[in-house]
Design a protein. Structure first.
Length: 149
């Protein structure tokens, strides 16, 4: 068995905050208040080891917001660098401990802390899964590149 990296890109396009007029509204952006939608994503094989999130945010001022996967808080402000400030784009990298992600349905939700108003554009969930490369229907990059048959 080999480990294969996999990911899911979840589009939010949501404004979290207490004042809908606090930030410029972009086309397709939805004001949602204190928490994002509950996003569902599926993992086909059992995840192995740790994973990580990449969150694309805008105008975030506070680093203490809750990021929950399967109702488990994965945000730990001591473990990730952040860029904050008015009208700045930021990519947060959040580690995910083992056994948080699971095979089949998973949930992801962001919950606002304090009086911060910010946009959540997308979140990419990354994990590793064990696969049998002899029986997989998804060949590796070089297998696809050089297979002309």
């Amino acid at each position: 068995m080999a480990l294969l990296a996999n990911f899911e890109n979840i589009i939010f396009n949501e404004h979290l905050g207490d004042d809908q007029g606090d930030l410029v509204t972009f086309n397709g952006m939805t004001f949602v208040g204190d928490q994002s939608k509950l996003a569902n994503f599926n993992i086909e094989r059992k995840p192995k080891g740790k994973g990580y999130l990449l969150l694309h945010l805008w105008s975030v001022q506070d680093i203490h917001h809750r990021i929950e996967i399967n109702n488990i808080n994965v945000s730990n402000t001591a473990e990730f660098p952040q860029q904050s400030g008015s009208e700045k784009s930021a990519i947060w990298s959040i580690p995910i401990d083992e056994n948080v992600l699971k095979k089949d349905n998973n949930t992801l939700q962001i919950k606002r802390s304090g009086d911060d108003n910010f946009h959540v554009y997308s979140v990419i969930v990354n994990w590793k899964e064990e696969v049998n490369l002899n029986n997989t229907v998804r060949p590796g990059f070089f297998g696809r590149l050089f297979n002309r048959g």
